[in-house]
Design a protein around this ligand. Sequence first.
Ligand SMILES: Cc1cc2nc3c(=O)[nH]c(=O)nc-3n(C[C@H](O)[C@H](O)[C@H](O)COP(=O)(O)OP(=O)(O)OC[C@H]3O[C@@H](n4cnc5c(N)ncnc54)[C@H](O)[C@@H]3O)c2cc1C
Length: 311
Amino acid sequence: MNYDVVIIGAGPAGLTAGIYARSKGMTTLIIDSGRVGGQLVSLYPEKGIHNYPGFETIQARKLSDKLYAQAESMGCEIKENEKVEEINNGDQELIVVSKLAEYHTKSVIIAIGMGSFKPKKMGCPGEEEFYGKGVTYILPAKEALVGKKVAMFGGGNSAIDMAMISTQVAETTLVHRRAEFRADESTVRELEKSDIRTIMNANLKSINGTDKVESVTLTIGEEDMTIPTDLVVINIGISADLDDLKKWGIELTKDGLVKVNFDMSTNRPGIFACGDVVSYEGKYKQITTACGEATTATMMAYKFAKKPYWA
Ligand SMILES: Cc1cc2nc3c(=O)[nH]c(=O)nc-3n(C[C@H](O)[C@H](O)[C@H](O)COP(=O)(O)OP(=O)(O)OC[C@H]3O[C@@H](n4cnc5c(N)ncnc54)[C@H](O)[C@@H]3O)c2cc1C
């Protein structure tokens, strides 16, 4: 099958591109190396999103479900767990190559966000050993936290947001290695009003237990302190792997992201980009900006692929 557009990445940018492409009647394939939903499902599914218009607050997982359902109902073909490796030039078309297949298409939209991402690790004894046995990098569903002692590590908005969710049902301690949080003032104010115990200037020395996590040992100055813990949630950032981009012949910025023109076109004809993977002056990585850029990228892909008389 020849597609009008192949969209690489099924985060908010890729799904929005799919919705717009189908509204223009384009045959559309969306391919994701992981699960549909991007960062919303892979990094912060339980977090409430307060800045997506139309919803005062919506849980990240639910927003992703809604985008997915809308893209599917509009007729996007969606493939998960299929990593795109190459984008080659054919005679008249582009050829998107994954580990499993080759797809011929008139245009491509790159929406791979941060690439294949992995949460950063603390690197302390016990972290590997107890992964899945009380060590996690994503906050589990609230029901799984009821009555637990949760130790959350991190000092940014995300760690505080997750601690705020956890404290609703679990005894929660937030541990940060610095004296101040690296989060929005309003978020820190909410934290101060909450029941969350905060421990500052503390490093995680070890995660302890036999079959599962039983405690964590912190180092604060010269002193060690051990606190009983059932669940260790590590939220200290993400390391992203955007190495794929280097193989795609796309011009990149100094920070290794896709350089786009004002219309989201790249240096390669027929290839457009949107979302967290693109960089330009004033770029702000948010869901709404990803969706806006996806709209532009798709309209340009439509003009390129369909060449309407008015374009
Ligand atoms: C902890 C945290 C909290 C956040 N909170 C908010 C918030 O409250 N409000 C807000 O607006 N924004 C928030 N953001 C930012 C927001 O999540 C991003 O701006 C948004 O997800 C960008 O969407 P995207 O589609 O560009 O990329 P992503 O969501 O990263 O999706 C990209 C997709 O591409 C796939 N992919 C990568 N490489 C390949 C490949 N080679 N082949 C195929 N598929 C590939 C990935 O698997 C992924 O699914 C938050 C971010 C984080 C980390």
